[in-house]
Design a protein around this ligand. Structure first.
Ligand code: C2O
Ligand code: CU
Length: 503
């Protein structure tokens, strides 16, 4: 057996090497296993226990109410107080069904009353709006969020935060007073990254009591169906009758996950409103586009020339063609967007903001990054807020009446359209440069990579509110924080043992 000792020595050496390798592997794996286990989210949890409490350097909260403290006001009590009968009453029935987008693809989509987008809800300023959502066949359940409308918290439509998702066969009634004139939209906030992409959405238009000055009122809700852009549910050119010499107010709504270029060929235009708020003294724009954030809206005022030549409002792949009946679109549509961009930091004229931004009660930071780690056991390169991955994002705490200033910065390698529920924020500065145009009130603010914004808002709408990226897959991946008023609590729960998955 001449080979035996050699084999013995060899196998001893092999064993030593194996033990060493195992030890080395454990040194790597044990911390990973710990990180993995620490990232697991319970099967049922309250949003109030999520995140790191951040009082924004402000006064300690008056009643010492921290998330989950007893004796608070439940979100379900934060409703429209007026019991009057509604001025605008709508029933929206949600279904999953095959849809053929005229001029576009056929897909399995989500509809409201049989169409996507669902019906446009129109109200006059001050109307009491009542919407009954009926779920006929959306398997995961559904809900409706009123994007940009600062409704009472109970009406906010966030599954697991302000209500339970409405199961098949169920219904839910939303009531709010339409106090904000302007262009808004509604969409599901249950499994929203899937239900919104597949069409569970529609427009909301609130007009002033005195009308819109004789303009032709046009809605242009843009949405990508199976990757193809449609406007008002139709692909390609969508003709809209506007008499020669008349001005149209075109309400453009970006319901997608990315920024959308909007421009006009055949006329100049004015940006009359941003995210529902009128611009103070808009000026004519020529040779520039609007870069419309995901979730954002702009109202463009466009005049059809006296000659009756058609004007195209382009939305990067789809277009509204405005003109008298039978007028043709310009022979060569300007398919390429102009390179200039309307800069809302300087557009229009300043006006008082109506709040003291120099002495805020709270100062918050919303710093967006990205790094490797685990989220709910999934390894990956995940979004961070203030350095922490989901569910460690901040829980921004305010008291009613506070003025809050928030510094947003983004060093995550991608752009993020940030959306705070229940409030509008006003932009104070971008990259440290002060805003000098019309007050830029927004609810959907595109924060580019390596960009910073300083914004302010008034905490005048008690509740628990999401503050998330409206690139909805990003929100699902964890780019979500919350704003919480002291003393407000919620009984709703999220997680896989509950019916609720808001993102
Ligand atoms: Cu448009 Cu949290 O949503
Ligand atoms: Cu994002």
């Amino acid at each position: 057996m001449p080979s035996e000792p050699t084999a013995g020595r060899g196998s001893r050496r092999a064993r030593v090497r194996l033990v060493a390798a195992l030890a080395a592997a454990l040194v790597v794996l044990l911390p990973l296993a710990w990180l993995w286990a620490a990232s697991l989210v319970p099967a049922s949890y309250s949003v109030m226990t999520m995140g790191l409490v951040d009082v924004g350097g402000g006064a300690a909260l008056a009643h010492g109410h921290l998330p989950g403290a007893a004796g608070g006001r439940d979100v379900t009590t934060l409703v429209e107080p007026d019991q009057d009968s509604a001025d605008v009453e709508v029933t929206l029935t949600a279904r999953r069904q095959k849809v053929t987008v005229p001029g576009g693809p056929t897909l399995t989509a989500y509809t409201l009353n049989g169409t996507t987008p669902g019906p446009t809800i129109r109200a006059q300023e001050g109307d009491l709006v009542q919407v009954t959502l009926v779920n006929e066949s959306v398997p995961d359940g559904t809900s409706l969020h009123w994007h940009g409308i600062d409704v009472p918290n109970a009406e906010d439509g966030v599954a697991g935060v302000t209500q339970d998702a409405v199961p098949i066969g169920g219904r839910h009634v939303y009531r709010f007073r339409a106090m904000q004139v302007g262009t808004y939209w509604y969409h599901s906030h249950q499994v929203s990254h899937e239900q919104v992409i597949k069409g569970l959405l529609g427009a909301v238009v609130v007009t002033p009591r005195g009308g819109i000055g004789g303009d032709v009122d046009v809605v242009g809700l843009a949405h990508l169906y199976a990757g193809r852009r449609a406007v008002q549910g139709r692909s390609g050119d969508v003709p809209v009758e506007v008499p020669a010499g008349k001005t149209a107010r075109v309400r453009i709504i970006n319901t997608d996950n990315g920024i959308m270029p909007v421009w006009v060929s055949g006329a100049t235009f004015e940006v009359a409103a941003v995210d529902g708020t009128d611009v103070n003294r808009p000026t004519p724009v020529e040779g520039a586009k609007v870069a419309l954030a995901a979730g954002g809206r702009v109202d463009l005022r466009v005049r059809v020339p006296a000659s009756g030549a058609a004007v195209r409002v382009e939305m990067g792949g789809a277009a509204l063609v405005l003109g008298p009946a039978g007028s043709a679109a310009p022979a060569t549509p300007a398919m390429r967007a102009p390179t200039g961009v309307v800069d809302l930091l300087t557009y229009g004229s300043p006006a008082p903001l109506g709040l003291d931004v120099d002495h805020p009660d709270r100062r918050f930071t919303y710093s967006i990054g990205r790094r490797p780690g685990f989220v709910n056991g999934r390894p990956g390169v995940h979004w961070t807020v203030n350095g922490k991955m989901f569910p460690g994002a901040p829980m921004f705490m305010v008291a009613e009446g506070d003025v809050a200033v928030m510094h947003i910065d983004n060093h995550s390698g991608e752009t993020h359209p940030m959306h705070l529920h229940g409030h509008h924020v006003v932009v104070l500065a971008r990259d440290g440069v002060k805003a000098t145009g019309s007050p830029w009130w927004t609810d959907s603010l595109e924060v580019g990579n390596n960009q910073t914004f300083d914004v302010a808002f008034v905490a005048d709408n008690p509740g628990i509110w999401l503050d998330h990226c409206h690139n909805l897959p990003h929100a699902k991946e964890g780019l979500t924080a919350h704003l919480m008023y002291e003393g407000v609590t919620t009984r709703f729960r999220l997680g896989r043992d509950t019916p609720n998955t808001p993102e």
